[in-house]
Design a protein around this ligand. Structure first.
Ligand code: AGP
Length: 617
C-alpha cells in the first residue's frame, strides 16, 4: 500500500513530491521520505511516522526549492519495521529508489548480494533492488538498461521509481504489477505516481502504465519502453473527466465504489491502530484496553446488526479456531428481547460501524449495567457505543458515506481476526499466528492490485452482471468462511439493487430452498481453495442439475470449477492461508452487487428506505 511520486520538470520538485504524497496519504502508511537532486548529488530526507516529520526536516534545509527532479514515498511496512532506516527512498551508492509491492525472492537475492560483498543497511526487500541496479550500472549499463535487467532477477508484483547520480535529471519508473500512472506536466516536465491523484493538480491527461512498462522522464520529455525488450512502445493517454464533486469521490462514480477501493488502505490503517508495528511480535494489540477483557473471557457473545453481524459471524470462525473459546453471534434486535444466559465470564462484544445502532447499543448498555464485561468495535470515535462499553477498539476505515457498508465490513472482520490471533498466541499457537501475521500484512498489497481499476476483476464482474441482470432471483452459497460471505453478498444485492437474493450455507440448500432452483435463478458459488471446496462443488452440481445459471468464484487454477460454471470470476492467485481468503472474496461480492445496481440505475449511495445509521429499534 505504499505511495510513490516522481517528478522532473520546471517546478520545485520537493514541493510537487510532498503535495503528491499528501494526496496518497489515504492509502495508509507508517513512514515517508523524499529524495531530490541538488546539483548532481542526490539528497534524501526521510522519517518514520507521518509526512510532517519529513516536512520538518525539509524546512531546516536551505534552497531545496531549486531542486527540479526527485522521488517520494509513503511506506507501509511489510519487510522490516516502520523505522527511518527502513523508510524509502533507499540509497545504494549512486542509485536511489522507491518501491511499492513485494519482492518475493528477496531472501535468495540478499544471500547472493552478501556473497558478492554488498551490505544492505535496511531490513527491506526494496533496498536490494538498488544493489542489482548499481552492479549493472557499474558494469557500464545505462540506468534504463540496468533497471530492466534487474527486473529479470526479481519475482513478485511491484513497481519502482529510480534515479542515479550518474544520470542527473532522469527519473525512471516501472510497473511490474503494482499500479503506476504517468503524465506530462503542461509547464514542462513529467510526473509519476502510484495513482492518478497527485497528477490531477497539474493535468487530467494521464497514462496508466500496463504491466511490464517502463517510463523514462528527463529533459527530453516522456518515453515509454517495454521492460522486456527495451524497445519504445506507444501508450494511449486517458483524459480523466473528474468534476470538482467527483473529486470528493476521487473520480469514482459512487462513494460505494470508492469505498470498495479504499479497503486496502482501511485495512492498513486499522492494523496500524491494532498492532505495535515496531515490535517484532505479531498481534500484540498495541496495549489496547481490550486485552484484559479478552484474556479474562471464558466465552464470547458478539451482538450486531446487518453487515456488522456478518463480519461477526466470520469472527466466530477465527475466534473458535485459534482462540479456542466458545462464541455465539447474536442479532442485537433479537438478543435484547430474549432472556439470554449471560454471566461475568462472558465478554459481550458490540460490533457497529456507526456506533449508534439502537439495538446493538441497547444490549451493551443493559449488560454493562448488570456488570457483564463489554467491548465495542466501532469505526466512529466519540460514538455512543464507544462511550457506553467498558472498552473500545476502533477500526480505522475513515468515513464511510455509502449506505452500503463495504470497507467497514473488511475492517470489522480484520479486527476480530486480530482478537482471535491474540488469543491464539495466548494459547501457545505462536508459530501458526506468526505465519498468519506474515500473510495478513501482505493482503492490502494483494487487494490493491486485485482491485486495480484497469485490472481484470472489474471487467469480469461487469460482464457477468450484465448476463445475470434479468434473472428473477439470486442465491449465494458457500461453506465455512464463505457462508457469512454468502449472507453478506445477498444483503448487499438486496440493499442496493432491490433484487431478490438469498445467502445460504451450501449444505442447507437441499433442506428446502433447492425447490426454488430453476433456469431463472442465478446461483453464485463461493468456492475458493479451502477445506470446504469439494463439498461446495458437489452442491454446485446439484443446483446445476436443476437448471440454475451458475456463477463460479474460485481459485484461478480451479479448472473443474470453471468448467462446470456458466460464468466465472477468478480470485487472485495469492497463496494465502485459507482462513485469510475472505478478504479477497469480499470485493468480488461487493462489486457484483454494485455492477448490478449500476445496470438497474438505482440510487446506489442512498438506497431507498435505508439510513446509514439506524438509531431507531
Ligand atoms: C449494510 O450495508 C447496511 N447498511 C446495514 O446492514 C448495517 O450494516 C447495519 O445497519 C449495522 O450498522 P452499524 O454497523 O452502524 O451498526
Amino acid at each position: 500500500m505504499c505511495g510513490i511520486v516522481g517528478y522532473v520538470g520546471q517546478r520545485p520538485a520537493v514541493d510537487v513530491l510532498v503535495r503528491g504524497l499528501r494526496r496518497l496519504e489515504y492509502r495508509g502508511y507508517d513512514s515517508a521520505g523524499v529524495a531530490y537532486f541538488r546539483g548532481a548529488a542526490i539528497e534524501i530526507q526521510k522519517s518514520e511516522g507521518k509526512l510532517e516529520n519529513v516536512e520538518t526536516l525539509l524546512s531546516k534545509l536551505p534552497a531545496i526549492s531549486d531542486a527540479r527532479c526527485g522521488i517520494g514515498h509513503t511506506r507501509w511496512a511489510t519487510h522490516g519495521k516502520p523505522t527511518t532506516q527502513n523508510a524509502h527512498p533507499h540509497r545504494t551508492g549512486h542509485v536511489v529508489l522507491v518501491h511499492n509491492g513485494i519482492i518475493e525472492n528477496y531472501q535468495e537475492i540478499k544471500q547472493d548480494l552478501v556473497k558478492r560483498g554488498h551490505r544492505p543497511v535496511s531490513e527491506t526487500d526494496s533496498e536490494l533492488f538498488g544493489f542489482l541496479v548499481l552492479e549493472k550500472m557499474d558494469a557500464g549499463r545505462s540506468l534504463a538498461v540496468a533497471v530492466s535487467e534487474s527486473f529479470r532477477e526479481v519475482t513478485g508484483a511491484c513497481s519502482v521509481v529510480v534515479m542515479s547520480e550518474k544520470e542527473p535529471g532522469t527519473v525512471i519508473g516501472v510497473r511490474n504489477g503494482s499500479p503506476l500512472v504517468a503524465a506530462v506536466d503542461p509547464k514542462g516536465g513529467v510526473i509519476l505516481a502510484s495513482d492518478a491523484q497527485p497528477l490531477l493538480e497539474y493535468t487530467r491527461d494521464v497514462v496508466f502504465l500496463e504491466h511490464g512498462d517502463m517510463v523514462v522522464g528527463d529533459s527530453r520529455g516522456i518515453r515509454f519502453l517495454s521492460l522486456q525488450t527495451g524497445e519504445p512502445i506507444q501508450r494511449a493517454t486517458s483524459t480523466l473527466d473528474w468534476s470538482p464533486a467527483a473529486l470528493d469521490k476521487q473520480g469514482y462514480d459512487h462513494y460505494m465504489l470508492k469505498e470498495i477501493h479504499e479497503q486496502p488502505a482501511a485495512m492498513v490503517d486499522t492494523l496500524n491502530g491494532l498492532l505495535d508495528r515496531a515490535s517484532a511480535e505479531s498481534f500484540p494489540l498495541a496495549g489496547q484496553p481490550a486485552v484484559e477483557l479478552l484474556k479474562n473471557a471464558k466465552r464470547i457473545t458478539i451482538v450486531a446488526c446487518g453487515t456488522a453481524w456478518h463480519a461477526s459471524l466470520m469472527g466466530k470462525y477465527w475466534l473458535e479456531k485459534w482462540g479456542q473459546i466458545p462464541v455465539s453471534v447474536e442479532l442485537a434486535s433479537e438478543y435484547r428481547y430474549r432472556d439470554p444466559v449471560v454471566d461475568a465470564g462472558t465478554l459481550v462484544i458490540g460490533v457497529s460501524q456507526s456506533g449508534e445502532t439502537a439495538d446493538t447499543l441497547a444490549v451493551i448498555q443493559e449488560l454493562r449495567k448488570k456488570g457483564i464485561p463489554t467491548l465495542a468495535v466501532t469505526n466512529t470515535r466519540g460514538s455512543t457505543l464507544s462511550r457506553e462499553a467498558q472498552a473500545t477498539v476502533f477500526t480505522n476505515a475513515g468515513p464511510e458515506i455509502g449506505v452500503a457498508a463495504t470497507k467497514t465490513f473488511s475492517v470489522q472482520m480484520l479486527t476480530l481476526l486480530c482478537f482471535a490471533a491474540f488469543l491464539g498466541k495466548q494459547r501457545g499457537k505462536t508459530a501458526e499466528m506468526d505465519q498468519i501475521f506474515a500473510q495478513l500484512i501482505r493482503i492490502p498489497h494483494l487487494l490493491g492490485d486485485y482491485l486495480d481499476e484497469k485490472g481484470t476483476l472489474r471487467k469480469a464482474v461487469r460482464e457477468t452482471a450484465r448476463k445475470l441482470l434479468l434473472l428473477k432471483g439470486f442465491f449465494f452459497i458457500g461453506r465455512g468462511y464463505c457462508f457469512p460471505l454468502a449472507l453478506e453478498a445477498a444483503l448487499k444485492l438486496k440493499e442496493i439493487a432491490y433484487v431478490h437474493a438469498e445467502g445460504y450455507a451450501a449444505g442447507e440448500l437441499k433442506h428446502g430452498p433447492i425447490a426454488m432452483i430453476d433456469q431463472d435463478i442465478a446461483v453464485i458459488v463461493l468456492a475458493p481453495n479451502d477445506a470446504w471446496r469439494e463439498k461446495t462443488f458437489s452442491n454446485l452440481e446439484e443446483v446445476k442439475a436443476r437448471g440454475a445459471q451458475v456463477l463460479g468464484v474460485g481459485n484461478p487454477s480451479d479448472e473443474s470449477l470453471q468448467r462446470v460454471s456458466h460464468f466465472w470470476i477468478p480470485l487472485p492467485e495469492t497463496g494465502l492461508h485459507e482462513s485469510l481468503l475472505p478478504f479477497v472474496v469480499t470485493p468480488v461480492i461487493q462489486l457484483l452487487s454494485y455492477e448490478i445496481a449500476v445496470l438497474k440505475g438505482t440510487d446506489i449511495d442512498k438506497p431507498r428506505n435505508l439510513a446509514k445509521s439506524v438509531t431507531v429499534e
